[in-house]
Design a protein around this ligand. Structure first.
Ligand SMILES: *[C@@H]1O[C@H](CO)[C@@H](O)[C@H](O)[C@H]1NC(C)=O
Ligand SMILES: *[C@@H]1O[C@H](CO)[C@@H](O)[C@H](O)[C@H]1NC(C)=O
Ligand SMILES: *[C@@H]1O[C@H](CO)[C@@H](O)[C@H](O)[C@H]1NC(C)=O
Ligand SMILES: *[C@@H]1O[C@H](CO)[C@@H](O)[C@H](O)[C@H]1NC(C)=O
Ligand SMILES: *[C@@H]1O[C@H](CO)[C@@H](O)[C@H](O)[C@H]1NC(C)=O
Length: 601
C-alpha cells in the first residue's frame, strides 16, 4: 500500500511539472451503456446547475467494517460497544493527499475553498456547477434523458473522465452516470367504506385462528385486514409497555410525500387510543416538505408513520422528508439536479449527533440502475450509521425476483446495460450487506406474499454472517435451476420479513387498505424499537446493525416462513423454505422470544 502511495505521488509531481493544471491528461473514469428504457431527449440549458458530489477515497473503510462487525456480533467481546460519530468520521476520512489533490484540481477550474461543501469527514465534496462547466472539467456530454414508460427525466452523461492522477483519490462523481428511478414500495390502495375495522372484527362471528406450530392465536379479521392489534397478536407482543429513556424511531420520506398529522390522530383513535394527541418530530432535509393539506397526505408516508409509530408508541418518533429527487422536469428548470435523494438524507443524518436508533425506508431502486461505484459509497454510508448503533430497515421490493418491467411478450427481465441479457433484478439498498432488508408475508398462519422482493446482489459479495444460512439454501436448490439468472455468490436478501398486505390506514380522512414491502419495513422497525426498549431498560446499548445478531442468536426468536414463492421474470421465482430463503429471509419476529434473547448479551 505504502509503496503504491509513494509511486503515485511521484507521478503527481511529474504531472504538475509537465503541464499547467488545466491541461492535466484526462482519462476515462466511468462509462455506462445507455440504459434500457431511457431515450435521449434534449440538450440541457448550459446554465442548468448540477450539484456535483465528489466521493474521495476512504482508505480505512475496511477498518471501519471490521469495527462494525465486531460491535454487532453477539459472540464478540466488543458487542454493543458502538463507535462515536467522531470515531466513525476518523475512519472514513480520506488521505490529506487526496483532499489536497481534489482541492487543487477544483481551484484550477476557478473554484474557491468557499465554493466547496465538505462532509464532516471530508470524504464528500459537493460543488455547484453549471452543466457546461461540468462537461468541460469531466470531459462529459450531458443530455436530458427521458424514461420512456414513466416520462421521468434526468440530466445525465454516459461517461466521464478525470485527470489520471486523481483516479485513485476519487471513488465516484455523481450525478453523471446514475440513471436510478427511486421508487416507493407500496401496492395499490383499496379505499374502504367501513368506518371501523375494530367493530367489523367485533361483529364477525368467526373463531380466532390458532397457529398449531407456535400456539399463537389471532383474530379471524386479521386474515382480511391488518391492524396494529393484528400485528401485536401475530408477533406475540401482548401487554408490553415501552418505558426506557433515550429510545427513538425514525421514518424517511421522499418524493414529496407528506405524513398527515390529522390522519395519524384518526388512526390512533381507531387503532391506538392511548397514543391519541401524541405526534412526531418532523425534520426537513434539503427543504423537504410535510404539507398538512388533507388532500396532499401521502400514502407511503401515512402508512409508514401510522404503523411504525403506532406499534412503538410512546418511543420518540421522527419523520424526515428529504427533497431533491428524480423525476427532474426539464421544462420547469429546477435550480439543480441532484442524485438519488437518500444520499442527501445520509449527508444530513451522518452530520447529526443524535440519530434515531431504528430507521425504516420504504424506497429503493433496481440495483442495476445505480452504478456500482455509487452503490458502494452509499452502502458504506449505511455502515457508518450501523457502527454508531443505528438499525436500518429497507423494504425488499414488490416485484418478486423481477422489476415489474418484464417484456410483455416473453415475461423476460432484461439487464439495462445494453446487453439485453435475461437476469433476475435485485433491489438496492436492500442488496447492501450493511442494511436489514425486509420482505413480505400475508395471512395467518403466515405465508410468503407473492410479490416479496428477494434474490442475490450482482454488486456485493455474500457477507460472512450469511454464509451458513444462504449456503444451505443454495445447496438445496435444484441443480442448474436459474443458472445465469442470479449471482449465487452475491449478498442475499431479504434478511427477515413481516406482514405486507391489506394494512388498514387512514388517508385523507378515510380508511384505506394498502400493502407492499413498504408495510413490512416500518412494521419490523417498530419491533426493533421495542426490542431496543428492552435493552436500554436493562442498561444495555441499542441493537445497532442487526444482521450478525439475526443470523446467529436472534434466529431462535424468528418465525420461519416455509411456503409461498416470489414469481417474476416469467419464472415462479424462489420458494420460501425451511431456514433462510430469498423470499422471506430468516422469517418474522416473535417478540415474546426476542425480548428474552436480546438480553443474553
Ligand atoms: C376489511 O376491509 C374491507 C375493505 O375495506 C372491508 O370491506 C372489510 O369489512 C374489512 N374487514 C374487516 C374484518 O375489517
Ligand atoms: C386530545 O386533545 C384534545 C384537544 O386538546 C382533548 O379534547 C382530548 O381530550 C385529548 N384526548 C386525549 C385522549 O388525551
Ligand atoms: C410537493 O407537493 C406540494 C403539495 O403537497 C406541491 O405544492 C409542491 O409543488 C410539490 N413540490 C415538488 C417539488 O414537487
Ligand atoms: C436490446 O433491446 C432493445 C429494445 O428492445 C433493442 O433496441 C436493442 O437493439 C437490443 N440490443 C441488443 C444488443 O440486442
Ligand atoms: C419450488 O418448489 C417446487 C415444488 O416443490 C419445485 O418444483 C421447484 O423446483 C422449486 N423451486 C425452487 C427455485 O426451488
Amino acid at each position: 500500500m505504502q509503496f503504491l502511495g509513494l509511486a503515485l505521488s511521484l507521478l503527481l509531481v511529474t504531472s504538475i511539472l509537465a503541464a499547467p493544471p488545466n491541461d492535466y491528461a484526462l482519462r476515462i473514469k466511468e462509462t455506462v451503456s445507455p440504459p434500457r428504457g431511457w431515450a435521449k431527449h434534449s440538450i440541457p440549458p448550459p446554465d442548468h446547475n448540477i450539484a456535483l458530489r465528489i466521493g474521495l477515497q476512504r482508505p480505512n473503510f475496511p477498518v471501519l467494517e471490521r469495527h462494525l462487525y465486531e460491535v454487532s456480533s453477539p459472540d464478540h467481546e466488543r458487542y454493543g460497544q458502538h463507535l462515536s460519530k467522531e470515531e466513525v468520521e476518523a475512519l472514513v476520512a480520506p488521505h490529506q493527499e487526496s483532499i489536497d489533490s481534489v482541492n487543487e484540481w477544483l481551484f484550477s477550474h476557478g473554484f474557491k475553498e468557499s465554493d466547496l461543501v465538505k462532509s464532516p469527514a471530508k470524504d464528500w465534496v459537493t460543488v455547484k456547477v453549471p452543466v457546461s462547466l461540468a462537461e468541460k472539467i469531466l470531459d462529459a456530454t450531458y443530455y436530458v434523458w427521458k424514461h420512456i414508460e414513466s416520462g421521468d427525466s434526468l440530466v445525465r452523461t454516459t461517461g466521464y473522465s478525470l485527470p489520471s492522477h486523481l483516479h485513485h483519490h476519487v471513488d465516484v462523481i455523481q450525478p453523471t452516470t446514475l440513471f436510478g428511478r427511486f421508487k416507493k414500495s407500496t401496492s395499490t390502495i383499496i379505499w374502504s367504506d367501513k368506518s371501523s375495522a375494530v367493530s367489523d372484527a367485533a361483529n364477525g362471528d368467526l373463531a380466532p385462528i390458532v397457529d398449531a406450530t407456535s400456539g399463537v392465536t389471532v383474530d379471524a379479521s386479521c386474515n382480511e385486514n391488518i391492524t396494529i392489534s393484528c400485528l401485536q397478536q401475530i408477533y406475540n407482543i401482548v401487554d408490553f409497555v415501552p418505558s426506557a429513556r433515550g429510545n427513538s424511531i425514525g421514518i424517511t420520506g421522499y418524493l414529496n410525500q407528506s405524513a398527515n398529522v390529522a390522519d395519524l390522530q384518526q388512526f390512533f383513535v381507531e387503532q391506538r387510543p392511548d397514543a391519541v394527541n401524541s405526534t412526531f418530530q418532523f425534520i426537513s432535509v434539503n427543504g423537504g416538505q410535510n404539507d398538512q393539506t388533507p388532500a396532499n397526505a401521502g400514502d407511503e408516508a401515512n402508512l409508514d408513520t401510522q404503523y411504525a409509530f403506532g406499534l412503538s408508541y410512546p418511543i420518540s418518533p421522527t419523520f424526515y422528508s428529504t427533497a431533491g429527487s428524480p423525476p427532474f422536469i426539464p421544462d420547469s428548470s429546477p435550480p439543480e439536479n441532484t442524485n438519488e435523494p437518500y444520499t442527501a438524507w445520509l449527508d444530513f443524518v451522518l452530520s447529526q449527533a443524535d440519530v434515531p436508533l431504528a430507521i425504516s425506508t420504504s424506497y429503493g431502486d433496481d440495483e442495476q440502475t445505480v452504478p456500482f461505484s455509487f452503490a458502494k459509497r452509499a452502502c458504506e454510508d449505511f455502515a457508518q450509521l450501523g457502527a454508531r448503533g443505528v438499525s436500518l430497515m429497507f423494504s425488499s421490493g414488490d416485484k418478486g425476483v423481477g422489476d415489474g418491467d418484464e417484456n410483455p411478450a416473453t415475461q423476460q427481465c432484461f439487464t439495462n446495460d445494453g446487453r439485453n441479457k435475461t437476469e433476475f433484478i435485485p433491489a438496492f439498498p436492500a442488496s447492501c450487506p450493511y442494511t436489514t432488508a425486509v420482505g413480505g408475508t400475508y395471512k395467518f398462519p403466515e405465508v410468503a406474499v407473492p410479490f416479496s422482493g428477494g434474490g442475490f446482489s450482482n454488486y456485493f459479495n455474500r457477507p460472512r454472517y450469511q454464509d451458513a444460512a444462504v449456503g444451505k439454501y443454495l445447496h438445496a436448490l435444484p441443480k442448474g435451476l436459474y443458472n445465469g439468472l442470479f449471482n449465487p455468490n452475491g449478498r442475499a436478501f431479504p434478511d427477515v420479513a413481516a406482514q405486507s398486505y391489506r394494512f388498514r390506514i387512514i388517508l385523507k380522512g378515510r380508511p384505506a387498505l394498502i400493502g407492499g414491502t413498504s408495510a413490512s419495513s416500518p412494521t419490523f422497525a417498530g419491533f426493533v424499537a421495542l426490542l431496543n426498549d428492552v435493552r436500554l431498560k436493562a442498561g444495555r446499548p441499542s441493537l445497532g446493525f442487526l444482521n450478525p445478531f439475526l443470523y446467529s442468536t436472534g434466529l431462535a426468536g424468528l418465525n420461519d416462513i416455509t411456503s409461498g414463492n416470489n414469481a417474476g421474470c416469467g419464472t415462479p421465482g424462489f420458494n420460501s423454505t425451511v431456514g433462510w430463503d430469498p423470499v422471506t429471509g430468516l422469517g418474522t419476529p416473535n417478540f415474546g422470544k426476542l425480548k428474552e434473547i436480546v438480553l443474553r448479551r
